[in-house]
Design a protein around this ligand. Sequence first.
Ligand SMILES: NC(=O)NCCC(=O)O
Length: 381
Amino acid sequence: MAGAEWKSLEECLEKHLPLPDLQEVKRVLYGKELRKLDLPREAFEAASREDFELQGYAFEAAEEQLRRPRIVHVGLVQNRIPLPANAPVAEQVSALHRRIKAIVEVAAMCGVNIICFQEAWTMPFAFCTREKLPWTEFAESAEDGPTTRFCQKNHDMVVVSPILERDSEHGDVLWNTAVVISNSGAVLGKTRKNHIPRVGDFNESTYYMEGNLGHPVFQTQFGRIAVNICYGRHHPLNWLMYSINGAEIIFNPSATIGALSESLWPIEARNAAIANHCFTCAINRVGTEHFPNEFTSGDGKKAHQDFGYFYGSSYVAAPDSSRTPGLSRSRDGLLVAKLDLNLCQQVNDVWNFKMTGRYEMYARELAEAVKSNYSPTIVKE
Ligand SMILES: NC(=O)NCCC(=O)O
């Protein structure tokens, strides 16, 4: 499995395919070609100074007679942890705040309205270790913890800030949470990871339970948004419920490694955008994180001190099946995408998945299927 030395699928295709083949391959793999955004020169200069990748693409919709275009610029941030996982907790958090501040400033230059960071962005993804300290010390209040206060200084942007939450008002319970901060600076609300992985080194059930807040959708000045945290992307019903509640953009802040999921990555969020007539934004962290103590995961493999390679490759997908190229597999990056939310309804009117979804039939059948005395309908000779 390639690490940082293999830069991206896109770079590989561009290097090896003759132009006519490249165009057809891209048409099939990425849908209709997106226009590159003309981002300000000073944004590229700042990105280069700060050593992160900056890319921008526009998703266009047809002109309508009765509705004006509903334009929103989203920003997706992927990054490495700047300090090693054994550095003092407060120093790690401060270093991540500093890193993200530099990227958010460039997002502001690019006119980003809604920005989303990666899953548990204030910490190393330490849940593989199953150790409690020091990792539980990274947990903070969603309402007024230091990271939420940091995100409230936000350049008139809505900020989606996925953190490890400590809910001190309710038994000090920890959650995997995304806080949504309005562009006014107010905390609009929070949402919690609904599906907790029990796969490979992803031992997250040691730290928190499945989310108990359902599928909230946040009405922002720029559109209705929802957050489907990482492993939730493998669950089509999770995407569906955010969409049924009216989400036009669903963010998927993640932490996932190449050996486990890289072949699933380009498919799942993109399929969700198609199936639910909405935009989806898939974000993954970058690099290999090393932990002080060895751990095993009951899979017969030798004890090890790292998770494997987080392959970045963040991208945005649209309801018409088009998608941006991914950010690189190896560098920190900011992906800016200009969306016209009118595309959601336009694609809905063409494909009618909501109208043809037969949800009442599935609701009835699922209500039966979850009963303990259910026997599956199998017709036998
Ligand atoms: N963070 C997380 O839920 N990772 C699980 C692995 C995956 O979904 O690819």
